[in-house]
Ligand binder design. Structure first.
Ligand code: NAG
Ligand code: NAG
Ligand code: NAG
Ligand code: NAG
Ligand code: NAG
Length: 371
């Protein structure tokens, strides 16, 4: 029912007496009927409906009459506003957890067009140039207690207003129910995959390795499939991320950086289960990484790339050795396969330790292997 269009048509009719007049009458009656209908409805502009989620939801359909023109009914949703801070790993947690919470409430995440994640991923969010709705007075702000502990209070609101979630939301429990949806959104573009495939090809040159196809065809999120040129045996790529940087620089902050011992144990964990391994290492402390990775294995080092490129490249591996920090966490999650992690990332008795639960179970999946 588009009154506008009909009015247009009417205007464009050649004025040929009766025909036009009859047409005008029909359209007028139509409009009057429509306006009457809308008026009857507008006594009850807000219509309460049941949302098909297990949670009770209100969605408002508002019919707006402006200058006698009927505007298409608009659906007014309520939003969850993540409060983005930090770098890649922080942002991925903030988006994924906000998405999971929003999804469970029948709400949408609203993000600004300048959000870094949008340069790499297609997100199922309400993306706006103007996100002032996240800062208006009637937005409810809910603060987490600990940054890496699943906090049920964060879900304790009803979805009839906009909500700002503060702040880190570093627990997979916020989004695990929708992990497939999150994974689909966190998928790199074909262009990026092509780029990092070439990058790995170049690194693997000289190692007697060839790539058969770009991806493993049976694996939904595709990893590189490579073979030993001489033996034709399949080679398994193990991604490794070694967090250094600020974690290594400020030991008093309570950070435990992965040790040489951990790297050895993790490498051996894979060696004892799989043959023909190649380790693909990314780190923000490459010198230390090179000095401390076990020596008698085939290792390639990703150097001089933006962190996003490193992330895309290591996630083409089949399994993962993670260390500490959220970048490592996400590299592991996106890679899938087997994941080892360094236990534990926080020094006992420090303030940083309180970010995590006692057993770290809200942060690390129970099927990940702590070494
Ligand atoms: C609200 O609007 C949407 C989209 O216009 C429509 O699909 C839905 O049926 C409407 N709900 C009610 C209760 O009118
Ligand atoms: C690539 O792998 C497939 C099986 O995965 C094999 O049939 C094919 O011969 C291989 N191609 C080359 C060029 O090695
Ligand atoms: C490929 O196989 C040859 C022969 O067994 C071996 O010497 C070489 O180290 C292998 N290359 C890799 C990268 O595993
Ligand atoms: C590789 O090095 C480790 C010590 O770093 C040693 O225990 C192991 O025997 C070595 N393996 C081979 C095949 O040389
Ligand atoms: C390692 O990954 C394989 C699949 O890639 C899975 O079947 C196996 O259970 C995993 N092992 C562990 C200890 O997680």
């Amino acid at each position: 029912m588009n009154v506008n269009t009909q009015t247009e048509v009417m205007k464009n009719e050649p004025s040929n007496g009766k025909g036009a007049q009859r047409y005008l009458t029909i359209v007028t009656v139509f409009i009057i009927t429509l306006l009457f209908y809308v008026n009857v409805k507008s006594g009850n502009n807000f219509i309460r409906v049941e949302h098909p989620s297990p949670f009770r939801t209100q969605i408002f359909n508002i019919t707006i009459i402006r200058k006698g023109i009927l505007i298409k009914p608009q659906k007014v949703d309520y939003f969850i506003c993540p409060t983005f801070v930090g770098r890649i790993g922080n942002k991925l947690f903030l988006y994924a957890s906000s998405y999971g919470i929003a999804r469970s409430k029948g709400m949408k995440v609203v993000i600004n067009t300048n959000c870094e994640l949008l340069q790499y991923f297609t997100l199922n969010a309400d993306i706006r140039k103007d996100t002032s709705i996240c800062h208006s007075r009637n937005v409810k702000t809910i603060k987490e207690e600990h940054s890496a502990v699943y906090d049920k209070r964060l879900l304790d609101f009803d979805n009839t207003h906009n909500v700002r979630l503060v702040q880190y939301l570093q627990s997979y429990l916020y989004f695990d129910r929708y992990k497939e949806e999150v994974r689909n959104q966190f998928t790199f573009s074909d262009e990026m995959i092509k780029k990092v495939t070439l990058l790995l090809d170049n690194k693997l040159k000289g190692y007697d390795i060839y790539r058969n196809s770009t991806y493993h065809k049976n694996h939904k999120y595709k990893y590189m499939k490579v073979y030993n040129e001489t033996t034709q045996k399949k080679i398994t790529l193990i991604g490794v991320h070694i967090r250094r940087g600020d974690w290594a620089k400020y030991p008093d902050a309570g950070y435990n950086v992965p040790t040489k011992e951990y790297l050895r144990k993790a490498v051996e964990w894979y060696q004892s289960r799989t043959e023909h391994l190649v380790f693909v290492v990314a780190s923000n402390g490459m010198e230390w990484a090179k000095d401390n990775m076990p020596k008698n294995i085939t290792t390639i080092y990703l150097e001089g790339n933006p962190a996003w490129v490193d992330l895309a490249a290591i996630t083409l591996c089949e399994h993962f050795i993670s260390s500490s920090g959220t970048f490592s966490w996400w590299a592991a999650w996106l890679t899938g396969g087997n994941v080892t992690f360094f236990k534990w990332p926080a020094k006992e008795g420090t303030r940083f330790r309180t970010a995590y639960s006692k057993d770290y179970k809200d942060y690390y999946y129970s099927h990940w292997i702590g070494l």
